[in-house]
Design a protein around this ligand. Structure first.
Ligand SMILES: Cc1cc2nc3c(=O)[nH]c(=O)nc-3n(C[C@H](O)[C@H](O)[C@H](O)COP(=O)(O)OP(=O)(O)OC[C@H]3O[C@@H](n4cnc5c(N)ncnc54)[C@H](O)[C@@H]3O)c2cc1C
Length: 586
């Protein structure tokens, strides 16, 4: 008897009629995409004699065109394989896709010929046939190493013509001049050089060009806690249009297994939205940005922080313009300087560190595959896309090697500061700098979490995370996994958290008596006392540790061990009685 569907080679053939079976379900009628239809309607009559560019997902600005819009062609790619590589927050996927689609339409309205590719493949695979058809494409050096690596072969064979990325405010020469004779890279040294070279916030004084306000940094004035006054601004909302809603529907179907809450009403997706966010930031945030820069509160997640990082990193806001606007605005110098230090200083600095260290691969071993930030451990099953991406560098100067605990994936830890920030991350894909550094970075460093694993978590959880920015901030600044760009580990016990936030007020632990964070802090200082004692910036706590009673020091380690075990098991940290029970030192 003849059987239907005998496999021959890679096709399935019906032996009765020799008709290839369709292995997939019969094609459903094509889904009308509002985005596609709109883009088609805007297509220019002729696309010939154009200079074609490939603009990656984070180069969403017409400033990347090398010729006038009407002479330009642009290839944009939506790659499902990139989105699926890691368990990225849904809100981050929405940021990238909604902005890229609106950018495509905005370019088309300027007269640019847009080729918008939606593919399950990677970028190189998608670009190869296009470069054969259109010839070499212009490309500004991608900021993400992961993309540079993926496109390396196409760049080498000349299918992509690489040129300088115009979005950066500083150059290799700035770096080399700032650090001519130095071994360690201090942000402050770099920042002073760049301020002087660019003239930003500089004025003519008696001794020539001097910093406005008489100092390069107002950091020491900018450490106020926030008590609720002056009121923090309401975060702007945006009415999602049909294009954004279509992106939302795509994410809830095709990327439904990704974590995080999707909220299209907090998503600036168009050029006009980006302008509105920046106008809001200038009026509502900048005047008080400086004084409350380091404060944390349950009453306002963002306080006077601007929330522009995802748009800056996608180049929907142009960094040079942001710095210019702030330098020229009427706001107190401590706020203008504090903000400019972030964008002209830190943001540029970490990018140089990324390039110089090749994403820290120059001195550290590299993981075999992309990390999932603790997803598999917390969810009980692997993230399927991880094996398809390159792993990252694994520096760990302090030997930290613990896994990311389920507390960073929404499991209550019982430590109010951690739970508060973790909740904000999964609800918004955002928390501000000090919560990243002094709550998540601090607690995970005290627990001994591996810098690589933590960097992978930040990478998937935050809407503004890309390798070039997340890795220096986590592998070096937050965890001290690499000591070249920071002078000390940023760790603290409960007193700092209690001074700078209101988190401890709602916690079951008493910051002055029972908070395990303080005990973990002392255990950390004890572990690393030789290194920290030799460093003038950290020798004071080592001296204080040596005065601490031996039984207390034993207890510090026992408490940390218990907290580690409980958090690793996805449990809440016990109340006082349980915590003080002796467990072996680990
Ligand atoms: C552990 C950790 C992880 C971080 N991960 C990221 C990340 O993935 N992506 C990212 O853009 N920033 C990251 N940062 C830096 C900083 O926390 C965010 O840029 C900032 O919180 C974004 O919020 P905002 O736009 O409201 O910032 P604001 O406080 O309003 O600051 C203005 C801008 O300054 C820039 N900036 C400030 N500090 C830094 C910095 N250290 N590195 C780079 N840019 C800086 C950002 O572009 C930011 O938008 C990280 C910091 C830490 C400590």
């Amino acid at each position: 008897m003849r059987t239907h569907g005998v496999k021959r080679g890679c096709r399935i053939i019906c032996e009765a009629c020799d008709y290839p079976f369709r292995r997939q379900r019969p094609k459903s009628p094509p889904v009308t995409s509002i985005f596609r239809t709109t883009l088609q309607a805007l297509a220019p009559a002729s696309t010939s004699k154009r200079v074609w560019h490939y603009l990656p997902y984070d180069q969403l600005s017409p400033r990347f065109l090398t010729v006038a819009p009407k002479r330009s062609g642009v290839v944009l790619i939506e790659s499902a394989s990139k989105a699926g590589r890691r368990p990225y927050h849904k809100q981050k996927l929405a940021y990238v896709l909604a902005n890229q689609r609106h950018f495509a339409l905005e370019l088309a309205r300027l007269g640019v010929a847009v080729r918008y590719v939606q593919t399950d493949a990677g970028y190189a695979e998608a670009l190869t046939p296009i470069t054969r058809e259109l010839g070499p494409l212009q490309l500004a050096t991608p900021a993400e190493r992961e993309l540079r690596s993926e496109l390396a072969a196409l760049i080498q064979e000349g299918a992509l013509c690489l040129h300088t990325h115009a979005g950066w405010l500083t150059t290799d020469a700035d770096w080399e001049t700032a650090f001519a004779d130095r071994v360690t890279w201090k942000m402050d040294t770099f920042y002073r050089h760049v301020r002087t070279r660019t003239g930003v916030l500089m004025e003519k004084g008696k001794k020539g060009l001097e910093p406005e306000g008489g100092r390069f940094s107002f950091d020491v004035d900018n450490r106020n806690p926030w008590s609720g006054e002056p009121p923090a601004p309401e975060v702007p909302r945006f009415e999602p249009d049909a294009i954004t809603r279509e992106v939302g529907a795509l994410i809830e179907t095709k990327f439904a297994t990704h974590p995080g809450r999707l909220d299209l009403t907090t998503l600036p997706a168009t050029h006009a939205d980006a302008e509105r966010l920046w106008a809001w930031a200038e009026v509502e945030c900048l005047p008080l940005f400086g004084p409350f820069e380091d404060a944390m509160s349950t009453q306002s997640r963002g306080l006077f922080h601007t929330r522009i990082s995802p748009l800056l990193n996608l180049h929907r806001l142009w960094p040079e313009r942001i710095v210019r606007d702030v330098a020229a605005m009427k706001a107190p110098i401590e706020s203008r300087e504090g903000f400019i230090r972030q964008v002209l200083g830190w943001r540029e600095f970490v990018h140089h560190v990324h390039v110089r260290t090749d994403g820290f691969r120059d001195l550290a071993p590299v993981a075999e595959h992309a990390g999932d930030g603790g997803w598999a451990r917390a969810m009980g099953h692997a993230w399927p896309g991880s094996v398809h991406a390159e792993g990252g560098a694994m520096p760990s100067l302090l030997g930290a090697n613990q896994d990311v605990p389920p507390a960073l994936w929404g499991k209550a830890s019982g430590l109010h500061c951690l739970d508060e920030v973790d909740t904000s991350v999964w609800e918004e894909g955002y928390s501000h700098h000090i919560t990243r550094l002094m709550v998540i970075g601090n607690l995970m460093t005290l627990l001994g979490v591996s810098p690589r694993a933590l960097a992978d978590w930040f990478w998937v959880a935050y809407i503004d995370a890309y390798d070039w920015v997340v890795e220096p901030n986590v592998l070096a600044m937050a965890t001290y996994g690499d000591a070249r760009m920071t002078t000390k580990p940023y760790v603290s016990g409960a007193p700092y958290l209690n001074t700078m936030s209101n988190y401890c007020g709602a916690c079951s632990f008493d910051p002055k008596k029972t908070c395990p964070v303080t005990r973990m802090y002392w255990a950390f200082i004890d572990d690393h006392q030789v290194r920290l004692g030799a460093n003038p910036r950290t020798s004071t706590p080592v001296a204080a540790l040596r005065k601490r009673a031996p039984e207390k020091r034993e207890e510090d380690h026992a408490i940390r061990a218990r907290v580690r075990l409980q958090l690793a098991a996805g449990e809440r940290v016990d109340g006082d009685a349980g915590l003080f029970a002796k467990v072996p030192r680990v």
